[in-house]
Design a protein around this ligand. Structure first.
Ligand SMILES: CC(C)(COP(=O)(O)OP(=O)(O)OC[C@H]1O[C@@H](n2cnc3c(N)ncnc32)[C@H](O)[C@@H]1OP(=O)(O)O)[C@@H](O)C(=O)NCCC(=O)NCCS
Length: 359
């Protein structure tokens, strides 16, 4: 048994924050951000994570041509759920009417979508379920310290979802390698986030991100490269068998370094970090949707995907695409209107950062 990807859908919130917008309150510039990261702009959400997840999911379900009641399982890959208890997959399940689905959240940071895809695929392969919805969506901008330019300029909000359906054909995620780089937890962490039960403290939450950019960069390239090689070995393929590469979108320099190590031509590599920034678990579903919309994923292609994130978690997977690259049906799903600019949405958090750093 295999798990074909039969539906896909995305949600990119409408408010846009450009590099020039960031330069109005941070000591940075479009030139610095673009040359170091490839990012031009990012979308800022005016709604919680589950609302973006609902929109992406409704598009994916319509695309697959199924009824939401056919779903046996919904996995929400995210680091920014609306709440921890109960999980946010349950919010999405209620919103989309997936009344027969089990649901849970997965948090492995930016790799949450890939980890979730692997879990759902293996459950379908094992025969315990037939149809699953796998979501990767983030509201990363809720977690940023808007006084720290080295990390504040990198992230954005958004994501998407895919529908998996059981099939006898060798399609979908054929093999994957999930990993974690030992002793790198502190490189990308948020020590003050949430309810730290070891200290029993809670306070008004304007977070501080611990972020060692260069160390993350090096470990990301190494970790993803190893995971890619392992995923290819597991599926009995080599890099020459890969038609299109869909990497995590954190930094175009990371993508290019990895593509070079894998000997991939950049013409066959998806890059959309310029448009969205790093949407953490949202980057791979956004990339898949944009690649399909642009006609870059063609029937029967063999894809390689790779991701890394806080933990540091890593992963890679080989995906065999089916014959269909267009939706069976479309959905009218959209977010509620947004009547604020990106800066207006973020203003309370920007003001909190100014107060914190005494500006
Ligand atoms: C963060 C990152 C873009 C920084 O790029 P870099 O080339 O390593 O830059 P450095 O950290 O060496 O900083 C170079 C200089 O730019 C400055 N700088 C940092 N952020 C800046 C910003 N937003 N605007 C302007 N200058 C900035 C630094 O203070 C430093 O100044 P100095 O030379 O006077 O000390 C890069 O390390 C990176 O992308 N790392 C991976 C991080 C990541 O993707 N994390 C997500 C994990 S899912």
């Amino acid at each position: 048994m295999y798990a074909e990807i039969t539906g896909w859908g995305k949600c990119a919130p409408p408010a846009i924050l450009t590099n020039d917008d960031l330069a109005t309150f941070l000591d940075t510039s479009d030139e610095w951000i673009y040359t170091r990261t490839g990012i031009k702009r990012r979308h800022i959400s005016h709604v919680p994570c589950s609302e973006m997840a609902r929109v992406g999911s409704e598009h994916a379900i319509a695309c697959a041509g199924i009824d939401p009641t056919e779903l046996d399982l919904v996995i929400l890959g995210t680091t920014t759920p609306d709440q921890f208890i109960p999980n946010s997959a349950s919010t999405v399940i209620n919103a989309i009417g997936a009344s027969n689905a089990a649901g849970f959240d997965v948090n492995s940071a930016c790799t949450s979508f890939l980890y979730s895809l692997n879990i759902a695929t293996d459950m379908i392969k094992a025969g315990s379920i037939k149809t699953a919805l796998v979501i990767g969506v983030e509201k990363t901008t809720r977690l940023l310290d808007w006084g720290k330019r080295e990390s504040a300029v990198l992230f954005g909000d958004g994501g998407g979802a895919v529908v998996l359906q059981a099939t006898q054909e060798p399609l979908g995620l054929l093999g994957a390698k999930l990993s974690l780089v030992p002793h790198t937890r502190e490189m990308l962490s948020m020590p003050e986030f949430g309810v730290d039960l070891s200290h029993q403290q809670q306070h008004d939450f304007y977070p501080s991100l611990t972020f060692e950019g260069q160390e993350i960069f090096k470990n990301a390239v190494k970790g993803m490269h190893e995971a890619c090689k392992d995923a290819l070995t597991k599926t009995g393929l080599t890099q020459d068998d890969i038609d299109f590469f869909v990497p995590h979108q954190a930094n175009v320099r990371i993508i290019k370094t990895l593509a070079k190590r894998m000997a991939f031509d950049m013409d066959n590599v998806m890059v959309c970090v310029n448009e969205y920034g790093n949407c953490s678990a949202g980057t791979i579903p956004l990339s898949l949707c944009d690649a399909l919309e642009a006609g870059r994923i063609k029937p029967g292609m063999t894809l390689l995907t790779a991701s890394f994130g806080a933990g540091l978690t890593c992963g890679a997977g080989v995906i065999k695409w089916g014959e269909r690259t267009t939706p069976i049906a479309t959905s009218e799903a959209k977010l509620p209107p947004c009547n604020q600019t990106a800066i207006e949405i973020l203003q309370p958090a920007i003001d909190a950062a100014k107060e914190k750093y005494g500006e």
